[in-house]
Design a protein around this ligand. Structure first.
Ligand SMILES: NC(=O)c1ccc[n+]([C@@H]2O[C@H](COP(=O)([O-])OP(=O)(O)OC[C@H]3O[C@@H](n4cnc5c(N)ncnc54)[C@H](O)[C@@H]3O)[C@@H](O)[C@H]2O)c1
Length: 431
């Protein structure tokens, strides 16, 4: 099929690469000229395992192309995906300005019947809003579909190609048929529903996963008080198929480009509809408090933090991605800066130059390309992201390079006995 995708970020590019791999002809359109120029040269401007190879393959087969020109790209397309960002506003509400801008582009440029598919995570009612904007300038026929994306960064290609379910929200039989055809090679259940229900499924799913994490963090905090071990508690909980063994890791909490903003957006939707979503408010509070717990644990370990230097391993919000949006590490660094602490840091994939351009606070961070070098002159190592290379790190080298053998393990990656045997003053979460 002839596809156009607005937005060449994590979701847009993964969708493009995978749909091209399935034999479709895909154009990617983005307003970021720098990004499109790089993509035209075959360079994926962020790290997602396997994506670079799949984009290169799609380009060689002439199945993917890139443009900033919405007007010409729209003309002959059968399906147009919207995969632009929906960041949060100050008040937690989803910012729909990018989605609106695409809808305006579509209104101006559509010429024939097209299926407009929204993949961005958007509040209930956005499908209708997009249709209204398009109709202001385009009198022809079109259909709106909601097809929320459930991929997870770090394993996005696998998730896209092996979905556990596909949700298609639409009021048009023709669009449902066409979307089912697009995804016909997948064997998972396809949930055909109304647009509003599809939009809610995405928020409910993310909010539930965030709730699982905050719940486990509260259990971990009680474990510390009563002498229980959260790792064993969650292992045994996870053996119960009603609970499942995923999203049960205690630590410094969830982050990323989705959970924090989606949980807040759902809370905002509830409030706007005069519903007090008490549980969700607690999920947010617990997650914020987990960041502060790192500070408390550090003060208990080091006393006065003035003149102290701390090393943080991991800046991305989770392993196998370079994405630092709403990352726990960044929140923790800000808390330490308020205390006058110098931060030395290492991350295997995060682009330090990009981070420096985006965040004014980073001029107080010393970035390293070698994780052991980052430890030098530091009083403490904090593990903020569970990258595999940290799990396999040389403990003797860590001890040798730190000023004092202190570790706070924000992701519970090390074995307590081994850490104590190696002479570390070691704290983790709920153990
Ligand atoms: N990243 C994830 O893991 C993930 C997973 C599922 C759903 N989502 C949702 O998918 C959406 C996109 O997320 P993302 O992480 O890919 O965002 P992103 O920030 O990585 O990419 C968004 C892209 O859209 C482009 N853009 C903005 N306005 C545009 C316009 N008018 N025309 C064309 N391009 C435009 C931006 O330049 C940017 O390149 C969000 O709603 C997000 O919540 C994200």
């Amino acid at each position: 099929m002839k596809i156009l995708i607005f937005g060449s970020g994590y979701v847009g590019l993964v969708t493009a690469a995978c749909l091209a791999e399935l034999g479709n002809d895909v154009i990617c359109c983005d307003i970021d000229k720098g990004k499109i120029d790089q993509l035209k040269k075959g360079i994926v401007p962020f790290f997602e395992p396997g994506l670079q190879d799949l984009i290169t393959k799609g380009m060689h087969k002439k199945k993917i192309s890139f443009t900033v020109e919405a007007a010409s790209a729209v003309s002959d397309r059968e399906i147009i995906f919207i995969a632009v960002g929906t960041p949060q506003k100050e008040n937690g509400e989803a910012d729909l300005s990018y989605v609106r801008a695409v809808a305006e582009d579509l209104g101006k440029n559509l010429k024939n019947y097209t299926i407009i598919v929204n993949k961005s995570t958007v509040p209930v009612g956005t499908g209708r809003l997009v249709a209204e904007i398009i109709k202001k300038k385009y009198a022809g026929d079109f259909d709106i579909v909601s097809n929320p994306e459930f991929l997870s960064e770090g394993r996005a290609l696998y998730d896209f190609m092996n979905p556990e379910r596909i949700v298609i929200g639409s009021n048009s039989r023709h669009s449902v048929k066409k979307m089912n055809k697009l995804f016909e090679s997948f064997s998972c259940p396809i949930v055909n529903t109304k647009i509003e229900t599809a939009e809610m499924i995405k928020y409910a799913s993310n909010a539930f996963l965030a709730t699982k994490i905050s719940f486990v963090n509260e259990i971990a905090n009680i474990c510390e008080k009563v002498g229980a071990d959260i790792s064993e508690v969650t292992y045994a909980m996870g053996l119960d198929s009603r609970i499942g063994n995923k999203f049960l890791n205690a630590g410094i909490g969830y982050g990323g480009s989705c959970f924090p903003k989606d949980v807040k957006a759902l809370n905002h939707i509830a409030a706007r509809n005069e519903y007090d979503f008490k549980l969700l408010k607690s999920v947010i509070r617990v997650n914020n408090d987990q960041r502060k717990l790192v500070l408390t644990k550090t003060e208990n370990m080091l006393g006065d933090l003035k003149e102290k230097r701390i090393c943080i391993w991991g800046l991305s919000y989770k392993p196998d991605t370079d994405d630092t949006r709403e990352s726990a590490a960044i929140d923790i660094i800000k808390l330490f800066h308020e205390k006058g602490v110098t931060i030395s840091t290492y991350d295997p994939k995060v682009d330090y130059d990009k981070l420096e351009k985006e965040g004014e606070f980073v001029n107080k961070i010393i970035f390293h390309k070698d994780k052991y070098k980052a430890l030098e002159n530091c009083h403490l190592l904090i593990i903020a992201t569970e990258w595999d290379e940290f799990k396999q790190a040389d403990l003797k080298k860590i001890k040798l390079n730190l000023l004092e053998a202190n570790i706070i393990d924000g992701r519970n990656i090390f074995n307590i006995e081994i850490m104590l045997e190696n002479g570390f003053n070691y704290l983790s979460f709920g153990r």
